[in-house]
Design a protein around this ligand. Sequence first.
Ligand code: AGP
Length: 612
Amino acid sequence: MCGIVGYIGNRPAHPILISGLKRLEYRGYDSAGIALINGGLHIFKRAGKVSDLEAFIEGEDLTGTIGIGHTRWATHGEPNDTNAHPHLSQSGNITMIHNGIIENYAPLKEGLTQRGYKFTSETDTEVLVNLIDYIQQLDNLDLLEAVRLALNQVVGAYAIVIMDRNDPNQLIAARKGSPLVIGIGKDEFFIASDATPIVEHTKNVVYLNDEEIAVLSRNGELNIKTIQNKEKPYSIQELELQIEMLEKGGYEHFMLKEIYEQPNSVLDSMRGRLNVKQGEVVLGGIKDYFQKLVNADRVIIVACGTSWIAGLVGEYLLEDLARINVEVEYASEFRYRNPIITEKDVVIAISQSGETADTLAALELAKAKGATILGICNVVGSSIPRLTHAGVYTHAGPEIGVASTKAFTAQVTVLSLISLALAHKKGSISETRYRELVQELSLIPEKIAQVLKSDVQIKHIAQTFKDVRNFLYLGRGYNFPVALEGALKLKEISYIHAEGYPAAEMKHGPIALIDEEMPVVVLATNMSAYDKIISNIQEVKARKGRVIAIVTEGDEVIKNIAEFTIEIPATEEALTPLLSSIPLQLLAYHIAVLRGCNIDQPRNLAKSVTVE
Ligand code: AGP
């Protein structure tokens, strides 16, 4: 959710903080702030984007070689200047930035109020910084010890960075449930919520673990201990991230760039894993746990949002090809439902960010109950891959646009690979069928490139429908999750109300909505249910609904019935979502652009949801 950045070293901190905040803005963008020590402590914060903060601080004295910065996604208190971070303790000594939620902030605040503390903001962060301040003053402790004792009183999730106006030679950081990465430069340290602001300065990083506190000293020393007061050795890892991956590369928006990257990102998800000549699928990341999957009574997929929808595609794939029982769960429901989990279950978490709080909690629950837990994640080194027994990275490259596009197709690619490998091992499909599917999967990247050529036509369709208030998306079988994904994409970036439905369910309710103003996107590529889909289209037309059909190349029948058709190349039905999702991404994108929406940072959303 919120983005955190900090710097200590020999260079001016301010430009490093601002460019870091811009990189992190996708995590939250309702207010931003920085704090610097130069003689005294200076805090600047503002509601709005990082650009609003930049305008606000223009002309100020921004010198200083130590500083912290924050971009916020509001949890406690509306987005305004006061609630923006950094927050300052009442003594004026300690300033702090925070990502996460302090769940017991109310009793802590009550206790501090009784001891004379007054609060200016509505945030839980101001409570924590004052708790540290109080503990420090009570026993005249050093800041590290005060932080440690305060964190022992905290219930909830946090990633925090703290600066002491009287000690410009150290930053203190700690995490539990919310991510923090430390970048190690030459006589300098960087700290951030993820590696994106760090990679332009150094490739050497240390990932902080839950309940660890790090002290970053100006003399180049890094010390880590747990909140239980145990020293922790750390290992330095090398980032694979390239700086160009974080730029728009000539595209108007990250989302469009990421849509266009899909021929490559899907190829990257398969690279080294799919050997067409030998008809082999090799998944090194889960090889030690592969037999667990083969023997599993059932697979439970836990995820949120688009990743949950990819999980639904996974359910169709694993059941159809590998004949394994699959349940797909919203992580947020699963974790609180007292679910039945046994040691014979394999739980797979799907997550682009690897940091989604509900997905993490669902995994922790499954692990505690003895299940094997696997991950399908995009961000290397994030919390989910570090929690799971094993996993497969999607290798889609950084996804910056809040609306997930290339991460979805990468997740579906990995799920296709897992399903094929399992089907082969279990013998649930014939060798010939297996080889056909392997061959067809290898052709998907070039077929995606072909789908992208419909962009101009889709832009034209978007023009026709940009002002409507509702959209319906219908699909059957493998295309049902795609209908859900199409609707989610449209609503999150264009703010048009959209629903995805299994096509046959339409007549059990949503058909009441159809009139001459209702556009209905019908995914009509399934050969196995072709006649039934045509009947669904006729049912929409009979009520004067406006049909936009996604069809297989050369389909003349639907072309004569639907108002608009968008063609995709023919492929195996099991692989259809990898192609049929692309026109829906483009449709949502163009409608949102025509409506003047903020594409990469849609209102109220954040890229990684690290609070439940
Ligand atoms: C997708 O467009 C959304 N922004 C959102 O639903 C997202 O997929 C969800 O929050 C899960 O995130 P994750 O994949 O990082 O776990």
